[in-house]
Structures are given as structure tokens and as C-alpha cells.
Design a protein around this ligand. Structure first.
Ligand code: GLU
Length: 278
């Protein structure tokens, strides 16, 4: 996989980037930064920028937040080049991918609970519970020695030992919901995404995604993980820690601040300019 530094992007109309928010609350400044970062790379390459609503987790979904997130992107001039996809409508594609992994003998049904896995730090390397009446989750078997190496566009060469760092990971949760790791791989492939630019909080997921791409015969996009915004106490800005949504009435100021965070402070004469002009 070729490394691609921030200054090395060549015009590439085949470039396809994306922003894939989960509708679990309003877009906060950290998500705006990830959206803007992926949009800027797509624009610089002369390629396409897509938005995908990752609404795969109904218990965590906040009603109305998908529409609110899209309206916020729009207010910042971040307009997708193609119709927005919603993962909640893609169940058949995920089921087909899961069936292929099952048919290849790469998965297993697991009835372990979180408590069962506490002795191994929450990681699953072998079932500790067998017969019970819990509905099983489907996990991906990760054999010892499964090491995935890749090149991140900002961080360079990286590798993860999946067995030790992650263990057997869930593909379908016991409630029946498809896990993010599988859905994101199926959709990045189906949408022909060539470049994933997202927050560094997702770096740890990338080797799982590369591995699933390999097993499913999908192309692997280039990856670039941007720094995330942290609060003064060092905690990542996130919906879970109660980060406020960006105020679209402050779009000009916030867009300038986001550009500055990404290393592109707008010139002083553009102070107060609308996001589209910035
Ligand atoms: N839906 C994920 C999130 O909001 C992002 C997925 C991705 O960019 O791969 O954290």
C-alpha cells in the first residue's frame, strides 16, 4: 500500500472519499474536522466526496440526528457529490458478506457474555461459555499470528497483531445488529472508496477492516487518520463526553477555526467570510 503524505496528492478524478457519521447526536467540532479533512482531500484530488449515515445501532441512535448532521454539513458547504447512503437499508449486502465468511469457515457462534470475557480484558480468544440459552453473536475467528501491516498517510508504517490486540471480534451482535467493522468494509467497497480520511480514534479498527477486505476479496483503500480534537483535560471531544453540537450560526468562525486546526488558517482578509468562500 502506497503512503500518501499531506503534500503529495496528485490530481486523481478516480479519488473517492467519504465521511461516515453515526447518528448518535449532533455533529461536534471534532466530527466537523473529520468531515472537512476528508472533503478537502477529495476536492484537492478533483475526486468525489460521499456521505454515509451509519445508522446500524438503533439503541444508540438519537432520533432526528441524521437529518441534523446533514443540515450542519450543508451549512458548512460540505455537500456530498452523490446521494447519501444509509446503512439501515443495506442489510442484504451485509448478510451476503457474512454468509461468505461463514461458508469459508472463518466465523463461529459465540454465547459468551461481557462478564465471561472480563478475565481476558474483554478480548475473546476462546469461548468460555458453551451451552446456554443466550442468542449467539457471530464472531470472526482470529488465529494466533494474524499480523496486519499497513501504511497510514500521516503516521507511516503501522502493524497490529490482531490475535493479541483484538481477539475474535464480533461481526453480528447477539441482538442481531451487524457490527460496524463488517458494515464499513462492505460499504467502502460497494461505494468504491479509494481513500478513507477519518479521526485517529478509528486507527485501531483499521487492521480488522483490512483483514476483512482481504478475506472478502475487496480492494483496500488508502487510509489517513487525522488527529482528534481534545478538551483541555485531554479527553477526546465526543458525543459520549457530552460535546456540544456545532452552532451553524457561527459557521464562518468555526470553519476558519477548523481550517486552522488542519494547518490551513485562512488569510486575515477572509475573516467573517462564508464557509463556501473560505
Ligand atoms: N461511523 C463511525 C463514527 O461515527 C465512523 C466510521 C468511519 O469513518 O469509518 O465514528
Amino acid at each position: 500500500m502506497a503512503a500518501r503524505g499531506a503534500n503529495q496528492i496528485m490530481p486523481d478524478s478516480a479519488y473517492r472519499g467519504r465521511f461516515a457519521p453515526s447518528p448518535t447526536g449532533p455533529l461536534h467540532f471534532g466530527s466537523l474536522l473529520a468531515a472537512l479533512g476528508s472533503w478537502l482531500f477529495a476536492r484537492q484530488a478533483g475526486g468525489a466526496w460521499l456521505v454515509r449515515v451509519e445508522d446500524l445501532d438503533p439503541p444508540r441512535e438519537v432520533p432526528g440526528s441524521a437529518a441534523q448532521q446533514l443540515a450542519t454539513l450543508d451549512a458548512f458547504g460540505l455537500v456530498p457529490d452523490e446521494p447519501v447512503w444509509r446503512q439501515s437499508r443495506r442489510g442484504d449486502a451485509y448478510a451476503a458478506a457474512l454468509a461468505r465468511l461463514e461458508a469459508a469457515g472463518l466465523t463461529f457462534a459465540c454465547r459468551c457474555s461481557r462478564a465471561d470475557l472480563s478475565a481476558s480484558g474483554g478480548l475473546h480468544r476462546a469461548c468460555t461459555t458453551h451451552a446456554n440459552d443466550r442468542h449467539p453473536a457471530i464472531r470472526m475467528r482470529v488465529e494466533d499470528g494474524c499480523r496486519i501491516a499497513f501504511v497510514d498517510g500521516l503516521r507511516g508504517a503501522l502493524a497490529q497483531d490482531l490475535h493479541h490486540a483484538v481477539g475474535d471480534f464480533v461481526l453480528r451482535r447477539r441482538e442481531g445488529y451487524i457490527a460496524y467493522q463488517l458494515a464499513v468494509v462492505v460499504d467502502d467497497a460497494a461505494q468504491g472508496i479509494t481513500d478513507v480520511v477519518r479521526g485517529i480514534d478509528l486507527l485501531d479498527s483499521t487492521p480488522r477492516q483490512l483483514w476483512l477486505q482481504r478475506l472478502l476479496g475487496f480492494a483496500t483503500p488508502r487510509y489517513m487518520h487525522l488527529p482528534v480534537v481534545v478538551r483541555p483535560d485531554g479527553e477526546k471531544l465526543s458525543k459520549q463526553t457530552g460535546a456540544a453540537g456545532v452552532d451553524t450560526r457561527e459557521a464562518s468562525t468555526l470553519a476558519s477555526r477548523a481550517l486552522a486546526c488542519l494547518g490551513h488558517p485562512p488569510p486575515a482578509e477572509l475573516a467573517g467570510a462564508a464557509p463556501a468562500e473560505l
